[in-house]
Design a protein around this ligand. Structure first.
Ligand code: SF4
Length: 424
């Protein structure tokens, strides 16, 4: 039993709507902060402005002890005039970089708003540089704020990597691929769990090396670990891989349902699955119990930010008794989110898209106990007496799986505890 079942009231459908307007989101460059840690043999060269460089430096902090694995090739104002000069300048920057850092094996040229506005063809630049330097793989993707919100940077990066994955040798044999950047500690936990279930060696994408890519072909069954990987999933499916439909691995029940979906796809006996996951699931449930008292019955409003909003609202409602008021998400992938939406409370407003002013008005009217939002909105809302949680922390903290369920609940309990202390 997964423990997850749609709420009793019928119909068990949230109320979906679409909204478009001004948005306040980080751009896809932010993904470099966690991707460069995940793939230490890759280098990310942003082709952008000083603003892009500042964003990366402040989001990642300055790496003092390690050689950095990302940089910005600055497009100056004079560059905006002549295209050919810019292309040869980019070649010069890359050549200098590779001479200084010959250990780089995969180089991502990352597009930004300025490179997009001047229509710099980074895909062409990448294939030119790739052909010119044997042993160096050069790929490109866009992290621009015009095209991407911050978790979409990971999606664009992984989608660019999929065509580089080798084709499996021999006839198609079922193989499990977990898709979405996970901290190494979480990856190890899942690898042990799937091995114990008898699924065999689970591969991870991205893995710990941008060079050692997993084979992808018709036998590949992939399980999304992150809800923001629409383009990556499409690229994998184009290679013949099959997605395993499942809720996302947040919380004790969410993780159990995610694991069970994979086990079912591989024909693993349900009783064996239940017994194998029972100890970790019980630990997760006990860890959640500690937070239930503070969180149960509390109202929560999600402003659109990370695309994690829907699965997190499901987790908080079904496993901790919180009461979501509204769940706004920048983009809702209907197919990937189907299992999650079916588990949300009936009638809950779920809004796809951003329209900051209208959404803030609804937050003010509802005055929820907790508002999950981007950094830029947190301070103004706190000044109005509302308690907030920075959405970006949910991306930087290990939150997937049984062992992290308690930490995930703690991320929501902490601001409420702080609010209570301040009120006393
Ligand atoms: Fe700003 Fe665009 Fe650069 Fe992102 S890509 S930092 S939104 S200029």
């Amino acid at each position: 039993m997964s423990g997850l079942a749609p709420p009793r009231e019928a119909p068990s459908r949230p109320a979906l709507r679409f909204e478009r307007g001004q948005h306040e989101l980080f751009c896809g460059l932010t993904g470099i902060v966690w991707l460069h840690r995940k793939m230490p043999d890759a280098f990310f060269l942003v082709v952008g402005s000083r603003t892009c460089a500042h964003l990366l430096q402040s989001a990642a902090g300055v790496m003092i002890f390690a050689e950095p694995r990302f940089a910005t090739a600055i497009i100056e104002e004079r560059d905006l005039a002549g295209m050919s000069e810019l292309e040869s300048e980019l070649d010069r920057v890359v050549n200098r970089l590779i001479e200084r850092r010959p250990e780089i094996r995969t180089l991502f040229l990352v597009g930004s708003c300025p490179s997009e506005v001047i229509k710099l063809d980074l895909a062409r630049a990448a294939s030119r540089l790739d052909a010119a330097r044997p042993g160096l793989r050069v790929l490109s993707y866009s992290g621009s704020g015009i095209e991407t919100s911050f978790t979409q940077g990971e999606d664009a990066c992984l989608a660019a990597l999929v065509p580089e994955c080798p084709v499996p040798a021999g006839p198609p044999l079922p193989a499990l691929l977990i898709v979405g950047a996970l901290p190494d500690i979480v990856e190890d936990q899942f690898a042990r769990l799937f091995a114990a279930l008898g699924i065999g060696e689970a591969r991870f994408f991205p893995g710990r090396s941008a060079r050692a890519l997993p084979p992808v072909g018709p036998g590949t069954c992939f399980l999304l670990a992150q809800p923001f990987l629409g383009d990556t999933a499409r690229a994998l499916e184009a290679r013949g891989a099959t997605r395993i439909a499942a809720p996302f691995p947040f919380g004790a029940d969410g993780t159990a349902a995610w694991v069970r979906a994979a086990a079912a796809a591989f024909g693993i006996d349900e009783v064996h699955v239940r017994q194998t996951i029972a100890p970790a699931r019980e630990r997760a449930k006990r860890a959640l119990e500690r937070h239930r008292e503070r969180l149960a019955g509390k109202t929560i409003f999600f402003l659109p930010d990370s695309q994690l909003e829907v699965p997190l609202a499901r987790f908080l409602a079904s496993e901790l008794g919180m009461r979501p008021v509204e769940v706004c998400t920048p983009y809702l992938h209907a197919r990937h989110m189907a299992e999650e939406l079916a588990l949300l409370p009936a009638g809950l407003p779920v809004t796809e898209g951003s329209s900051v002013d209208e959404q803030l008005d609804r937050v003010r009217a509802a005055r929820p106990d907790l508002t999950v939002c981007g950094l830029g909105l947190a301070n103004p809302l706190e000044a109005e007496g509302l308690t907030t949680k920075w959405a970006i922390e949910l991306v930087f903290t290990p939150i997937h799986g049984f062992e992290q369920a308690g930490d995930l609940a703690e991320l929501f309990a902490r601001p409420l505890r702080r609010r209570d202390v301040l009120r006393v």
